[in-house]
Design a protein around this ligand. Structure first.
Ligand SMILES: Nc1ncnc2c1ncn2[C@@H]1O[C@H](COP(=O)(O)OP(=O)(O)OP(=O)(O)O)[C@@H](O)[C@H]1O
Ligand SMILES: [Mg+2]
Length: 287
């Protein structure tokens, strides 16, 4: 990696460095957050799982949309990427009714301006996937917005382009995941604009941090689904009666190991690649 990388910022999960005017280095840490609180205990290799999965999906979807990936680091957790002007919206797509989508539907019968059929239950499959953008909150939780509010932020042409690409990427990834026994219930993508004005897929793609993955064999609408990865940590935290504010609880070793196992399992099931092979040679996910 570059000798002259300068630290630009820290997210909840990633450290961001500038390599030069055109390139960034995103380094995914092993930090884990539940209920928007970063816990004091890390999950070994979690950052590598996120980086490897994103690299895999960037390679798989390159014919649908260009992406920011330039190279994966030999450490398995860093991504050299093109530096973009990020759109100020999160591009969320939902194929199933969960989380804030389920909550909004319960109060208004709509999600981000999409009127849905009456009588749907929690975790139901939607008649068709819907694009439900959200603001990128600097602090606190992201807020779901409708088409008009999103168009006000990015313009109509970009909005339509982002919607079309997000739906197409979701269709592609959810079909692939389904073949491997995983329901991709919803996901969040981020796009940026390059110097030529082209829309480019950036950030991370179809990871357990940006998506709801449900084991297909346990799918049962009418309630919350066990998530593939973080459920284990959430259940442990809830069993303590923790109030979900900082500081979060330390995790015991069995919870750390169980969570690591689930992240690695998600990686292997989705990519069909052994995680050990990824660690030995990160480029294997690029095909
Ligand atoms: N190619 C890119 N060019 C410019 N910025 C990017 C690019 N790819 C990703 N980013 C930005 O880098 C950041 C990634 O860091 P991280 O995921 O840890 O933080 P976050 O998602 O913003 O916030 P948090 O995870 O703390 O809620 C995001 O702000 C994302 O928009
Ligand atoms: Mg992020």
């Amino acid at each position: 990696m570059s000798e002259s990388a300068t630290h630009v910022s820290s997210g909840k999960v990633r450290e961001i460095y500038a390599l030069d005017d055109d390139r960034l280095l995103l380094v995914a840490s092993d930090r884990i957050s539940t209920f928007d609180v970063v816990l004091p205990t890390e999950i070994p290799d979690k950052g590598r799982v996120l980086t490897g999965l994103s690299g895999f999906w960037f390679a798989q979807t390159a014919s649908i949309v260009p992406n920011h990936l330039l190279a994966l680091g030999a450490d398995g957790r860093s991504t050299e990427c093109r530096r973009l002007e990020m759109l100020p919206i999160e591009c969320v797509v939902r194929g199933y009714l969960a989380g804030s989508g389920w909550k909004d539907y319960g109060t208004t019968g709509e999600v981000c301006g999409h009127r849905l059929p009456p009588g749907l239950v929690e975790s139901d499959r939607l008649p068709e996937p819907i694009f439900t953008p959200a603001t990128k909150a600097q602090t606190g939780h992201d807020e779901n917005i409708d088409r008009a509010a999103a168009v006000a932020l990015v313009g109509e042409e970009r909005y339509d382009q982002a919607e079309r690409l997000t739906l197409e990427l979701y269709r592609f990834a959810s079909e692939r995941a389904r073949e491997r026994g995983i329901i991709l219930a919803d996901t969040k993508l981020e796009f940026g604009v390059d110097r030529e004005g082209r829309l480019v897929l950036a950030d991370e793609a179809f990871t357990p941090d940006s998506s709801r993955f449900w084991p297909a064999d346990a799918y049962e609408p009418g309630g919350a689904q066990p998530s593939f990865d973080k459920q284990f940590v959430r259940d442990y935290c809830e069993s303590l009666g923790w109030d979900k504010t900082y500081p979060g609880p330390e995790l015991p070793v069995d919870v750390v190991d169980g969570t690591r196992g689930r992240y690695v399992d998600a990686f292997e099931r989705l990519t069909g690649i052994e995680f050990a092979d990824y660690l030995a040679r990160p480029d294997v996910v690029l095909g």
